[in-house]
Design a protein around this ligand. Structure first.
Ligand SMILES: [Zn+2]
Length: 425
């Protein structure tokens, strides 16, 4: 049942969304997985595929100053409800991450266009470079629109081949100095809704196909460097060593312990030892620490505990330790009233209105800072994502399409400017 305010169309066709996703995967994957890395030819192929799907619909398509692709379905006011996700993938990625949300949005636009005049404008957005796979800068297009992208920092980034981000994005029509122009795109925006696969095991463990997302967790990433003394593995007695690896290893255990205590997550995803040979005690060890928690206080407590543990470990091994910030984002709650809409829709469709945190970041993260935002999650098989094995049962994907469509219709119907026909100046 669709709320009043939107003329009932035929409803979304989940099978068509799955078919589009399979066709896109065929076009942009190899035997190792999806290869839609942003700012590459394969990514542009995926974006052309999106434009093909939009052909014949009454939308105007354009690309903004940050490289985001938009399709606007005009309605009775300049009030805008934005829906979308990203098409770029990590190298050897899965077929659903990002692409699912974009194809859901295409199907919703198709249904809305068939359903008669809309009270407000609906805009589909395909965000540029969500993954940051090539230059390490995640959420490029969405943070440009949100006004949180630091162009000066982005200017310094290079890819593995030494090519500069500033030059590569220019080849795709994006001028770093003009990024701010992309902020115009959200004039009159009243809500942002995104469908995505969970990329974790929570829904599957609970036997649920879909759920509402309460927000995205906060992230603290640091490079932690231990400095001691390089020495001979044979002739240095055990009580005369300043072994940086042992201090790093003790810190890694503290990362896990702290995450378990606070019900967050913590990872040491990289470690490098110098000189890194079997015949020497490592005089320097650097580790990369990633800590995440839905609540700012929990995140701050985890960070403080691990800092302290690293200092204790360094002292115990006769080393010194320094911390360098790599990346941080605060926990970003979504808009309570929109989360409620999605939760109610999920409850209608499945009997369960499950609300869960997102432990991955999404384009919804920066956007939620400026526009009321909510997300629909579908389950992820074995919780696996960013891998060729990424999958979701087809009936869950179809339910997600229906939940997303109903949520969008309700948000359109309840947007105040939509119902009284006023436009945003
Ligand atoms: Zn994604």
């Amino acid at each position: 049942m669709v709320s009043s305010g939107v003329a009932p169309g035929s409803g979304p066709d989940g099978g068509r969304v799955v078919a589009m996703l399979r066709e896109l995967a065929e076009l942009t994957s190899d035997s190792a997985g999806a290869q839609r890395v942003a700012w590459t030819g394969v990514w542009q192929q995926a974006r052309a595929f999106l434009r093909e799907q939009l052909q014949g619909l009454p939308v105007t398509v354009h690309t903004d100053a940050a490289g985001n692709q938009w399709a606007r379905l005009p309605g009775g006011s300049n009030d805008v409800v934005i829906i979308g996700s990203h098409l770029d993938s990590v190298p050897d990625g899965g077929w659903l991450d990002g692409a699912y949300g974009v194809m859901c949005a295409v199907e919703v636009i198709r249904c809305l266009a068939a359903g008669g005049p809309l009270p407000c404008t609906v805009a589909l957005v395909e965000w540029a470079d969500e993954e940051g796979a090539r230059f390490g800068h995640s959420l490029f297009g969405s943070s440009a629109v949100a006004g949180t992208l630091n162009a000066a920092e982005a200017r310094e980034l290079t890819d593995a081949a030494g090519l500069r981000l500033v030059d590569v994005v220019a080849e795709h029509g994006v001028v770093l100095d003009q990024l701010d122009e992309a902020r115009q795109e959200i004039r009159g925006a009243r809500a942002y809704l995104e469908a995505h696969i969970e990329q974790g095991p929570v829904l599957e463990r609970e036997g649920l196909p879909i759920g509402a997302v309460s927000g995205t967790v906060g992230v603290e990433r640091h490079r932690v460097i231990f400095r001691g003394q390089t020495a001979h593995s044979g002739s240095t007695p055990m009580d005369a060593r300043r072994d940086t690896f042992l201090a790093a290893a003790a810190t890694a255990l503290a990362v896990r312990g702290s995450a378990v205590r606070h019900q967050g997550v913590g990872t040491v995803g990289a470690a490098s030892l110098r000189p890194g040979i079997v015949t020497a005690v490592a005089g320097e060890t650097a580790i990369l620490v990633d800590q995440r928690h839905p609540d700012a206080r929990g995140l701050d407590a985890m960070l403080a505990e691990v800092r302290r543990a690293s200092q204790d470990a360094a002292r115990a091994e006769g080393c010194i330790v320094t911390w360098e910030p790599v990346f941080r984002v605060r926990p970003q709650p979504f808009a309570d009233d929109l989360v409620d809409v999605v939760r109610e829709v999920c409850a209608e469709l499945t009997g369960h209105g499950r609300v869960l945190s997102s432990w991955a970041l999404h384009d919804a993260t920066p956007i939620a800072g400026i526009i009321p935002t909510a997300m629909v999650f579908t389950s992820s098989t074995r919780g696996i994502s960013h891998a060729r094995e990424e999958d979701t049962p087809e009936d869950h994907l179809r339910l997600g399409v229906e939940a997303f469509y109903r949520s969008v219709c309700r948000v359109i119907a309840r947007s105040p400017d939509c119902t009284n026909g006023q436009s945003d100046p």
